[in-house]
Design a protein around this ligand. Structure first.
Ligand code: ADP
Length: 987
């Protein structure tokens, strides 16, 4: 089909793919590419990107334009679209194969302004992290005023949008301004590198080494280990983009893989280490594996000549002291000759070398910076080398990407980070995409997806890629189990246990619950191995370790254990669990099923205490355990931090396995009395843990609400209570919590945690304010929270990736909840499409008092719809719309609907493109309204005329206490004069 036809036929789909996320990033990236290619000229661009217009309208305008420009432009457009859209959003779209080459136009441009256009995509990329520097340079050179700088830095813009606004402004200032920008970027790219080094061409022996390294990296990374025992699934076939976010900067734009080492979101320019953090199973190792593969195939990260991948898990078993040179060559790739020259070449070009360290949380030692090593030939214990590399005291300038579970990252480590990127797991579209890739048969895929959708708890869990993998793997069990469909994480792991045990079974499907009994011996052996491993922070097991636990070849065949990959191949035949969470699950099975464990194991586990001395005689674990007692003491102290996340996961599984719901499973496997006793122990530990939290709540200051800020373990305890699925235990635990406000900000709360929270919080006795700001709740999380909405009087979900879809479901629920009064949704992805829902909420709920929707994508259209609801509401006191785009038309609609309100006391329209027409409408509001006290109009474009209208109105109003007007279109003199006329105006 011709490109033109493809554009026309797929118009709706393309619009949806470009705009449904609410973020303008995809559209703007397509525009960047088309501008660079000359497919659009500057005037076209300006006609498309009209400020204040909706994203959909802009996208439609682009589609119209490319279509009228003909087949070549359509071809380029489709190609740009393919490049820009994340895989999940591109599903179902066909792109023309008449592929045009979209390489940037590197030809010499005659003017700097032409270069800005021709290199726009890469400039947007390069500018992130240095917008401030460029602005300073432009300010110094007199090309920009401070008002220009403020406009570029407006907080409503994401970092990429700031970069684009900067480029747009520079363009309008002429060629000299453009050359200042280009010069700045140029200097930034090659900081302080002497010219002769820039021109070094790699010697032949280096190229041979590079080839050897990349083919070994490629071979190591092309298959996913979890699929190792079942089907060989290549990474290409199954890899699905996860959601990546910057930890520090609120950026709406989706991050791509290369942004990990890119300039976006740098918080410490001096540091070389990027941390990718995320929960166990969120896909950190797989993401690194993908990066490795793309580098080895020259498809990404091509600024790096060499990439050295390390696994901290494997580094644990290196007991010799090594130098950096030995570390690189012995653990990654050995140069067949010219070792010294190659190493020297690496030392000479640090900026072109990349190290990756997977699973820093699995390293036995916690990060410290007290042992300095600066010389790359000096030998030191491997963890000391690693810590010095991370800090940059060794191999300064070499970029390092480290992965770790979030809870294991210490503040000390954070000090040395260039940036932190958080991997959140799959988006809803990602789950869809993954399941379709896993099941080639579309009918099976559709059935699996259908059964996931039918079970919201399960769907929530599937955001975690490892759980999504298990659920897809066990689709037969899933589709067959109807009523008993899994809802807890333990259910999902029991499903995979049953799946693999029955697959291996010679008798094939053992009916009923007998499957566990039939394989009890294997489960106990693997369980003991896992348990011993967790106790000694050991994740790789040698043949001797297996023998010590009597694990045989037959048990290994069970898929739960896989052969350990090793770049250096010095360790022959080592095994590991196919995922660390599976090791925790087996350890938990052992704790539940074994009659050998000490009675103190459960209390110690829940107190996250070091369990080394507990009960069992130690098996060998030669590779893991230190040799002398002294060494052991030191190592126990150090490894405490590393153990905690795994102990928490194990405890969570123990809670789940000891739930009443699963007690039939254990009937013929161990004495019921013992299981019941263990269950009572767990219930007691959970209740004790909760009490400890509640006791830590400070008494409120007089007149203030009693508030509890959750400590890190609170969410974990909640998850354990959810796994138990015993409402009486959850009820007992919650009945003692007496707070008005529960604060769980920055707690890594995603959909999985929301399910558990809702389950537990619904047992609270009195309504609370639930504050979940700065997490990753998302639409699915919102849906999971619905069961506890009746106990919430206010809900704070600032910065949580929520779209109109989530809001639609939320509002449908909260209008039925009597006590619900406040909602804060600052910095999400809301558009005009959900304003009808809010309008309905305002009309229906005459107890509602606060609506805060700042920093979303609401335009005049949305404001008009909201105004309909406001007209019918007599209780709303606070309305915040800071940082949207409602403009004059929206302001007029809002102002007229609020004239008769006698409840509204606070209104913010900061940063909304409000001009004097809007100000006049607000003046009318002031004239007629008798409740409004504070009006925020900072950062708009109100002129003298508009302010004069406000002054006149204020003469008739004694209720308003302040009108904030900083940063509008007024001269200093005007502002001074107006202030004299009306002291309530604040400039
Ligand atoms: P983590 O390192 O965060 O614990 P892993 O990367 O080991 O998580 O992921 C666990 C499993 O989840 C993988 O073995 C794979 O089956 C699945 N998985 C994770 N990320 C992805 C992805 N991006 N695409 C496809 N499958 C994934």
């Amino acid at each position: 089909m011709l490109a033109e036809e493809l554009v026309l036929k797929q118009r709706t789909k393309i619009l949806h793919a470009l705009c449904s996320s609410g973020s303008a990033e995809h559209l703007e990236r397509v525009l960047d590419i088309l501008l660079a290619q000359g497919a659009l000229i500057w005037e076209d661009y300006q006609n498309i990107q009209v400020p204040g217009r909706t994203l959909y309208t802009n996208a439609r305008q682009l589609l119209d334009l490319v279509y009228t420009k003909g087949v070549d432009t359509c071809g380029l457009f489709l190609h740009a679209l393919k490049l820009v859209l994340p895989e999940a959003q591109a599903v179902g779209l066909s792109f023309s194969e008449s592929c045009s080459n979209l390489e940037e136009n590197d030809e010499c441009q005659s003017t700097s302004n032409q270069t800005l256009l021709a290199q726009r995509p890469s400039l947007v990329h390069k500018l992130q992290g240095c917008v401030d520097g460029v602005l300073e340079a432009l300010l110094d050179s007199g090309h920009f005023s401070s008002a220009d700088c403020d406009e570029v830095r407006l907080p409503i813009y994401t970092p990429t949008q700031q970069a684009r606004r900067l480029l747009d402004h520079v363009r309008s200032r002429g060629d000299l301004a453009a050359s200042v920008l280009l010069q700045y970027i140029h200097q930034k790219q090659e900081p302080g590198l002497p010219l002769n080094q820039r021109e070094l061409t790699p010697p032949k022996e280096f190229l041979t080494y590079q080839k050897k390294l990349s083919s070994s990296v490629s071979a190591q990374s092309c298959f996913l280990s979890t699929y190792g025992g079942t089907s060989h699934m290549s990474l290409d076939d199954i890899y699905t983009d996860g959601e990546l976010e910057l930890a520090e900067v609120n950026a709406h734009g989706p991050l791509g893989l290369e942004d990990i080492v890119g300039l976006a979101g740098i918080v410490n320019e001096e540091a070389d280490t990027v941390l990718v953090s995320g929960e166990a199973g969120s896909g950190k190792s797989t993401l690194l594996q993908r990066l490795h593969l793309l580098w080895a195939r020259a498809l990404a990260l091509q600024d790096f000549l060499l990439l050295f991948p390390f696994s901290c898990r494997r580094l644990n078993s290196e007991h010799n002291e090594l130098s950096v040179q030995e570390l690189l060559f012995q653990h990654c790739c050995w140069p067949d000759r010219n070792q010294e020259e190659i190493f020297q070449f690496i030392l000479d070009r640090p900026h072109q070398i990349l190290f990756t360290f997977d699973g820093l949380d699995e390293l036995k030692q916690s990060f410290t910076d007290d042992h300095r090593v600066c010389c790359p030939t000096q030998r030191a214990p491997v963890h000391v080398l690693l810590f010095n590399l991370i800090q940059g005291s060794l191999m300064k300038g070499v970029q390092k990407v480290v992965t770790s579970r979030s809870e294991a990252v210490s503040p000390l480590l954070k000090k040395h980070l260039r940036k932190e990127v958080v991997l959140k797991g799959f988006s809803p579209a990602g789950i869809d995409c993954f399941v379709r890739k896993h099941h080639r048969d579309p009918t099976v895929a559709a059935k699996v997806l259908e059964s996931m959708q039918a079970n919201t708890a399960l769907l929530g869990l599937c955001h975690s890629p490892v759980l999504c993998w298990i659920v897809s793997q066990c689709h037969k069990e899933l589709l067959g189990c109807g009523e008993g469909s899994p809802k807890t994480i333990t259910d999902v792991y029991l499903m995979i246990l049953q799946h693999f045990l029955q697959h291996q079974s010679l008798l094939k499907s053992t009916m009923g619950l007998g499957w566990l009994q039939e394989h009890l011996k294997t489960v106990l052996l693997l369980g003991q191995l896992a348990f011993e491993g967790i106790r000694s922070t050991c994740y790789i097991f040698s043949g001797t370790d297996l023998e010590a636990c009597s694990v045989t070849e037959k048990d290994i065949c069970m898929v739960f254990l896989i052969k350990s990959k090793d770049m250096s191949s010095t360790h022959s035949k080592c095994y590991e669990f196919s995922h660390v969470t599976l090791q925790c699950f087996f350890a938990a099975l052992f704790i539940v099923l074994s009659s050998n464990t000490n009675r103190s194991v459960i209390p110690k586990l829940f107190e996250l205490e070091n369990m080394r001395e507990a009960g069992l005689t130690r098996v060998c674990f030669g590779a893991c355990l230190p040799s002398s007692d002294q060494q052991q003491q030191a190592s126990e102290k150090e490894s405490k931090a590393a153990e905690t996340p795994n102990l928490q996961i194990t405890a969570m599984f123990v809670s789940g396995l000891l739930s009443q719901r699963h007690q039939n499973l254990w009937l013929h496997c161990c004495p019921s009395a013992a299981v019941e006793k263990k269950a009572r122990q767990v219930a007691k530990c959970l209740s004790k843990g909760m009490q400890k939290h509640f006791r830590s709540i400070p008494q409120p200051v007089q007149g203030e609400k009693k508030s509890m800020h959750a400590m890190p373990d609170f969410v974990w305890l909640i998850k354990c209570l959810y796994e138990m699925q015993e409402s009486q235990i959850a009820k007992d635990a919650m009945s003692k919590l007496e707070v008005d406000h529960l604060k769980l900000t920055y707690c890594n709360i995603g959909p999985v945690e929301c399910t558990a929270l809702a389950y537990v919080l619904q047992h609270l006795r009195n309504p609370v304010g639930l504050q979940l700001d700065n997490n990753s709740v998302g639409d699915v999380g919102v849906e999971q929270l619905l069961p506890c909405m009746h106990i919430c009087n206010s809900l704070y979900l600032r910065n949580n990736n929520i779209t109109d879809e989530g809001i639609h479901k939320l509002i449908a629920k909260v209008i039925q909840c009597d006590s619900f009064q406040k909602i804060a949704l600052f910095n999400n992805k809301l558009t005009d499409a959900c304003m009808q829902d809010f309008s309905y909420l305002l009309k229906t709920k005459q107890v509602f008092i606060s609506l805060r929707l700042g920093n979303n994508n609401i335009t005049a259209e949305g404001a008009k719809q909201l105004a309909e609801g406001l007209k019918a509401n007599q209780t709303l006191a606070y309305l915040g719309l800071w940082g949207n785009r409602i403009g004059d038309a929206g302001t007029e609609a809002l102002a007229s609907s609020l004239e008769k309100s006698n409840s509204l006391v606070w209104l913010s329209l900061v940063g909304n493109g409000v001009g004097s027409a809007g100000a006049c409408a607000l003046a009318n509001l002031i004239r007629k309204n008798t409740s409004l006290q504070e009006l925020w109009l900072t950062e708009n474009c109100i002129t003298r005329m508009g302010v004069e209208g406000l002054i006149q109105a204020l003469k008739h109003n004694t209720y308003v206490t302040s009108v904030w007007l900083r940063n509008n279109d007024l001269s200093l003199e005007d502002a001074e004069e107006m202030k004299q006329l009306e002291s309530r105006l604040i400039f």
